[in-house]
Design a protein around this ligand. Structure first.
Ligand SMILES: [Zn+2]
Length: 140
């Protein structure tokens, strides 16, 4: 076992060791229908505890994005030397938006483009994620 672990507890589902069926964990409130990112026991919208697990869709669309041109302060664990990257707000069909890096050159990004979830394993074993351009006919 290589000791892979999610970047945040309760954020990912699937087998992190093999990469099989890795995706985002989510939750949906049975009372108000709010969908949230990660494992959640309490609805942040209405406060209900009647919340069920939801496997979030791997596919989404870029709702908006920005280009990060300087390394974030603190213990930045991205590319070294730093490379500017696109940070997208990706809208999922489940009814929520997820902030994540986009795995393409910033100049390729367009609002509304189709993207697909992609886990990324850091050298220290931490599994984080990004969204890659969805090619035509991508099955998933
Ligand atoms: Zn609720």
């Amino acid at each position: 076992m290589s000791g892979r672990r999610p970047v945040r507890d309760g954020l990912l589902v699937g087998n992190l060791e093999t990469g099989e069926a890795v995706g985002l964990a989510g939750a949906r409130c049975r009372a108000c229908g709010e969908a949230t990112l990660g494992r959640n026991l309490l609805c942040p919208n209405c406060g209900s505890e009647d919340v069920e697990p939801l496997a979030l869709s791997a596919k989404g669309k870029v709702w908006t994005y920005t280009v990060v041109r300087y390394p974030p302060p603190g213990d930045y664990k991205g590319a070294d030397p730093f490379r500017p990257f696109a940070l997208g707000l990706v809208e999922l069909p489940d009814g929520l938006r997820v902030l994540a890096p986009l795995a393409c050159a910033p100049e390729e990004v367009r609002i509304g483009m189709d993207v697909v979830f992609q886990p990324r394993v850091r050298p220290d074993g931490v599994v984080q994620f990004e969204y890659a351009l969805a090619s035509e006919g991508t099955a998933q």
